[in-house]
Write a protein that binds this ligand. Structure first.
Ligand SMILES: *Cc1c(COP(=O)(O)O)cnc(C)c1O
Length: 378
């Protein structure tokens, strides 16, 4: 039987050689390789400063800390995301406040934000879902009117832009993930980006216990005493992670083109199928093509999931909405019916395999198998 993985990374010989080079060198943790990656990442995104971290969750957490958001504050976000987005708000000591999403895109519905703003609201975390950017111009207007900070969760969206605005360009910070299934990956890893130099300096300390010298500064030259002027965490990216990422970053546009090829094939094969809905790529939007999802009738979703897997096709569900996860229901009293659009998407969505090495033939097998299952009564 055919076996089509849900995801395959695109690490090649060049990346393996880069890692070898680091392993044969003396310095494994945060050093020159990380600095090079940070410079290259900034030059790709057009955001002035990049700080390499161990995860996007860390990037979200440190962003909130650096922006002075914590105990007693509220942060508005979307329930249609991975739980990391809202968890980071809780980690910072603040309270997540959800608003519902747009039916066409699954992104946060900007028009609902003002209705939940209170004295305590300090920030917004928009998530550029599946790789398509939120309406950042509208969000920026709201942020200016109510003096809120914006932390972009750009875990899906390194390559995205919308209305001429790149990802991260209207946010106070932007957070990226290099987790195992993301567009570029080091297994685990992340970065936070900002145009603000002072904040970048602050974030650099916060990633390493609040210490005022990085390991490379402390040990590559003569020993120097260090101090800890502020409290921080242990979130620093290491040279091995940076070495895995630099080559992929250099190939990022070519990798995007391959995912775009698969995306177009799916769209072509799956349009007009009875009972199946696709989300929309908006005009003037460059979609980062991170996750390809289809929406099926909620009553059939799980049986279609099982049927696809029985035919050798790897699938995922991105996402069952955060507010309905047990912890969120029990801690904040959220319940079914609170965010109907997110709940509808969460109950109907299936993610199909999408990665550069997925051949046209295999993508066509996925689409045809899905169509057959849809036509049947499973
Ligand atoms: C993967 C993901 C995260 C978390 O990324 P990590 O690097 O694993 O911490 C956050 N937000 C979204 C939308 C994600 O998909």
């Amino acid at each position: 039987m055919k076996k089509i993985e849900f995801f395959k990374h695109s690490i090649n010989e060049e990346d393996i050689n880069n890692v070898n080079r680091i392993l044969r060198s003396i310095f494994l943790t945060t050093g020159e390789e990380v600095s090079r990656f940070e410079e290259e990442f900034s030059s790709y995104t057009g955001i002035k400063h990049t700080i390499g971290l161990t995860s996007c969750t860390a990037a979200l957490h440190l962003s909130l800390i650096a922006l002075g958001i914590g105990q007693g504050d509220e942060v508005i976000t979307t329930p249609m995301s991975f739980c990391a987005t809202a968890n980071a708000i809780i980690q910072a000591g603040a309270r997540p406040v959800f608003v519902d999403v747009e039916e066409e895109t699954g992104n946060i519905n900007a028009e609902l934000i003002e209705s939940v703003i209170t004295e305590r609201t300090k920030g917004i975390i928009p998530v550029h879902l599946y790789g398509q950017m939120c309406d950042m111009k509208r969000l920026r207007e709201i942020a200016e009117k109510y003096r809120l900070k914006i932390v972009e969760d750009a875990a899906h969206a390194i390559e995205a832009s919308r209305d001429g605005i790149r990802v991260g360009h209207l946010g106070d910070t932007a957070c990226f993930s290099f987790y195992a299934t993301k567009n570029i990956t080091s297994g685990e890893g992340g970065a936070v980006c900002t145009d603000d130099r002072d904040m970048a300096e602050h974030l650099k300390r916060l990633r390493i216990h609040g210490i005022d010298k990085e390991a490379s500064e402390r040990y590559t030259r003569r020993y120097q005493h260090w101090d800890m002027p502020v409290f921080g965490w242990k979130y620093n990216m290491d040279n091995i992670q940076a070495a895995i990422l630099r080559g992929q970053l250099g190939r990022i546009e070519a990798l995007w083109k391959e995912r775009d090829r698969v995306w177009r094939l799916y769209e072509e094969e799956l349009k007009g199928v009875n009972g199946l809905r696709l989300l929309r790529t908006l005009p003037h939007s460059r979609h980062a093509r991170h996750l390809f999802t289809v929406l099926v009738p909620p009553t059939r979703r799980d049986s279609i999931l099982w049927a696809l897997q029985n035919r050798g096709i790897g699938v995922a569900v991105n996402y069952r909405p955060i507010h309905l996860l047990k912890y969120y229901r029990e801690t904040f009293g959220y319940k079914e019916g609170d965010f109907p659009v997110a709940e509808e998407i969460g109950a109907s969505t299936i993610s199909l395999p999408l990665y550069p090495s997925l051949s046209d033939e295999d993508a066509r097998y996925v689409a045809n198998t899905l169509k057959e299952i849809m036509r049947g009564k499973s």
